[in-house]
Design a binder for this molecule. Sequence first.
Ligand code: CO
Length: 734
Amino acid sequence: MANLKKDIAASIAVGLVAIPLCLGIAHASGAPLMSGLVAGITGGLVIGSMSKSNLAVSGPAAGLTTIVLAAIATLGSYEAFLTAVVLAGILQVIFGKLRVGGLSRLFPSPVIKGMLSAIGLILIMKQFPHLVGFDKESFGVEEFFDTDKDIESGSAQGLNTFRMIILAFSSLEPGALLIGLTSLALLYFWDWKMAKRFPIIPGSLVAVGVAVLINQMLGAGMRVAGKHLVSVPELHPNNFVHPDWAALSNPHVYLVALTIALVASVESLLSVEALDRLDPQNRRTPPNSELLAQGVGNLISGLLGGLPVTAVIVRGSVNMAAGATSKRSAIMHGAWILIASLGLRNGINAIPLAALAAVLVHVGIKMAHPRTLQQMSKRGWSQLIPFVVTVLAILFTDLLIGICVGTLVSGCFILRNLHAAKGFTVHKSGLITRIKLHQEVTFFHKVRLSSVLEAVPADSILEVDGSEARTIDHDVLDLLELFKGQAAHKNIEIIFGGISLMQSFSDKQMAAMQAEYDALLSNNQAWVEGCQKEDPQYFERMAIGQKPTFLFIGCSDSRVPAEVITRTEAGQLFVHRNIANVVSLHDMNLMSVLQYSVEHLVVPHIIVCGHYGCGGVHAALSSQSFGLIDNWIHPIKKVVDDNQAELASILDPEQKERRIIELHVLAQVRNILKTPVVQRSIQKLGIPRVHGWVYDMTTGKIKDLKADVNLQDDLHPVFHYEYDFQKKTPAAKH
Ligand code: CO
């Protein structure tokens, strides 16, 4: 119920503003004044009922005045023009049925925001003269350069928005000025203090009511009259005009119809889209049903002699500012225009234009709030520039041209952003160029990728990693495929990783890898022959069993081969290797190796062999995360933590890392000594001895850290288990 009251009040506010706008637009279009009222009534009653928009208000549009003016001249008569309006309505219905309205979603956000701000500025600048009683220009004209018809007295003589403001200052009307400024002040006061207390009454109605009263009380010299008041013509059956169907044989009619259908559709969809964005309840208007409603509206308006109609932002904004909650308000505003032009003419004609100008300036200031500019500048140039261009283009031309220019500029920025989004990153290290493709590699990355490929030097290696790419444009794939041929000429080895449809390795690379593999087997053959030559019984002896003397625990690093650096033979070393020679009591693999070598093989020596330049230790010393490996090398970080005092005294980072490698080996020796298996064996047999080594890859020399004796004695008593060797234990069975 409260909402219905709000809608009624809002509908009166919109109706009051709509009446002079309809009349002014009709005048500026060179059409009979009645045609503006008919269009306004149709826009309210017909389109309002059919549209699914909650806030939009339809009626004759300022954005169409130049087109209508030219079309009437081309077609020869207003009646012939009406035929085009009817046809335009039919075309819009067809557009709606073809569902082309969805295209309106493509209007870029900065353009829509720019349009709202521009219309706000236009309202302020165009209504200012009316506010001070300079009513030379028709009420509601929006384009920058005036035409003859825009001016009440005819003959525009190079007038434009700015000239009109300057002229207004030189011919202020004291009564209008008083009414206009009072109304404006009242609107702000109402918003500030009263709106909360009387939420149902729109400030604009109060301002207009007070304005009428003030004007009645003013003395004869001050009171505004004549052209400074609203002037509704009588809506009389004799004044109605109808389409001239003979015009159907004029091919120009169809061109005009198509122009109106297109422009009116665009303007309607833009207005609806803009108002949807302002809707506090975030309701969305389906664009195709809006086109149907607009089409039927134009069909009926044309048949009744009215101007073409569109959804219009200014009246929609007034509607929203006045507190409308649903489409009832738009429908009723049509009814008010009808009633006003039938029976209330005297009352309406007492309203000073200055008061209505104040209502529009008030709405204009809200629409063109500097906050929008601030928001857009925060979003960066790609939003700010299209916004500013749209505002300026609309201000200095008209709505349609401004929207086109703004959309073009915005489109350029959208393309540029697509192009600028990094499709890949390039890393170079020595002879290797790595290209890592990102998630989206589009056509726009082709040019830059092409120049990166060109720059890959001859006799080098190119890796293209597509493992994280979700989509790779076909043009880019073609480019890579093509580059294969060029690369062969420049002797560039290419490795494609993770790109489907793309063979990872070239035939040449595959052949080389196969040869490396085959070499292992042929080497083995040669080795077998060599061994047998030296000792024909070699393999028979080996097959009997093993009795190694050492358990060697080393790093998996390919440059630390246990047998090679110790020049030992097969059968001498029992070997366990892992990344960074870590001894973990939770490592089933190492613990099994340890138990087997201590209890079954009864090795006299266990050697933990680290090496300088160990990649595992180096990784542990950085803060970088390597995934699962982090857990494995964690004990190395603990070594650093446990020896902070000693390490702090070493300033050279290289020396520090070497010392950490030594401390790490010593810590692993201790870990071995702490195991029950080793403790038990030492107590029982006095072996094994546990040694710590560090191998220096740069010299090939091994450094013995002389750990075995000291560390065993250092161990905390809790690690010295007590065993009853008289009892049979599982180990003793063997
Ligand atoms: Co290593």
